[in-house]
Design a protein around this ligand. Sequence first.
Ligand code: FNR
Length: 185
Amino acid sequence: MNKTIGILAGSLRKESFSKKIGNAVLAMAPEGFEFKVISLADLPIYNQDFDDNNEVPKAIVVFREEMKKVDGVIFITPEYNRSAPAVLKNALDVGSRPYGKSIWNAKPAAVFSNSPGNLSAFGANHHLRQSLVFLNMPTMQQPEVYLPKVNELFDENGILKEGSTQEFLQKAVNTYINWFKRNAI
Ligand code: FNR
């Protein structure tokens, strides 16, 4: 049976570069794997009362169910104020509860960060990794994927242009798949 890898982009923006990278990665799945973009658009901000009072919003129930079926995760993060955007951190928080039922546990992950600037969202990439340690997600170390000047990478239809970045991303995806095979339980 195919393994499913969830692609989570940390932006809700319609023309988000992170979402466009997610779409490019979607097309890079090797045989035996299905890549699936998981939308974070409807996720409410987590409130512990949801679980404590058994009043979990439908969108959270749906997200948790969707993520339970995923075997691994590729996070595609932009950077907000030198950290990961709240939308991505919120998704981690939502999926980590109720206590003891985290949907992230033991799922091999990769973090691809991007920015229109030169620093490639390094800060966001590593803040995200801090949470992934706690969530027990074995996260690919190399290659580190930092994509600078992301605004220059797409054509007028929002498709990733052919060239060195596309080749690098494909290599990173291939390495992630090997990482997944070695680390998936
Ligand atoms: C940004 N941006 C940004 N860029 C960066 O490289 N480092 C940063 O710390 C920040 N901080 C930041 C804060 C906030 C609130 C916004 C809205 C933006 C710019 C950011 O990289 C740019 O808007 C990207 O286009 C956002 O990613 P998406 O939406 O294209 O995926």
